[in-house]
Write a protein that binds this ligand. Sequence first.
Ligand code: COA
Length: 196
Amino acid sequence: MTEGQKEMQRPFLVGQKLLLRPLEESDVSEEYVGWLNDQEVTRYLETGKFPATLETVRKYLERFQGSATDVILAIVDRGTGQHVGNVTLNHINWVHRTADTGLMIGRKDFWGKGYAFEAWSLIIEYALQRLGLRKIVAGVVDGNAASLATLQKLGFQIEGRLRAEHWVDGEFRDALRLGLLRDEFYKSRGGKAARQ
Ligand SMILES: CC(C)(COP(=O)(O)OP(=O)(O)OC[C@H]1O[C@@H](n2cnc3c(N)ncnc32)[C@H](O)[C@@H]1OP(=O)(O)O)[C@@H](O)C(=O)NCCC(=O)NCCS
């Protein structure tokens, strides 16, 4: 099946330039594994410290299958049908109605084009509207300026600084904890929906 055909088949959330669809076993390609072994991509992530293989990635994806607390979606460029990255909602807490989110644009030629902003917008809108969550949190390593700028544009507020949490480029960096309440998200969007 080509990527274009996959797009036709199972979009879960549809935006302007990308769509989010369930990540499938057939997405676990050498290219995807390559993203996780690329230090530029994983510089500020937990992943990438140990080598990734097709097997480790398949194992990682198992925990999302049928889960009611963790969601992973493939980010697909609508123009080309290419799988360019993934976005997650993790640790959904149905009592507090919170979750944390993570995102990776693995294809570096898609960096700086607003893909993170749109993918995060879509999954956050899904979390708030369809799942009824009330707060989304994210962690950003100090120095990940693109990620911080994107999350702040979505309305996230810095709630705390965890000192010397991450070993990056030969030094310990602080981690910023960010949080987003429903109103902050809708205010950042000026009332506009992320979906088409
Ligand atoms: C970090 C990452 C998510 C950004 O994705 P992206 O699609 O390139 O981001 P976008 O194009 O949506 O937006 C980037 C924003 O950051 C800004 N930005 C980029 N580099 C910046 C820098 N060095 N300083 C300040 N702002 C910067 C851009 O100007 C843009 O803001 P704008 O739209 O207001 O101009 C992506 O590069 C990535 O996946 N990296 C690897 C994994 C990762 O770090 N994930 C995040 C974990 S929290």
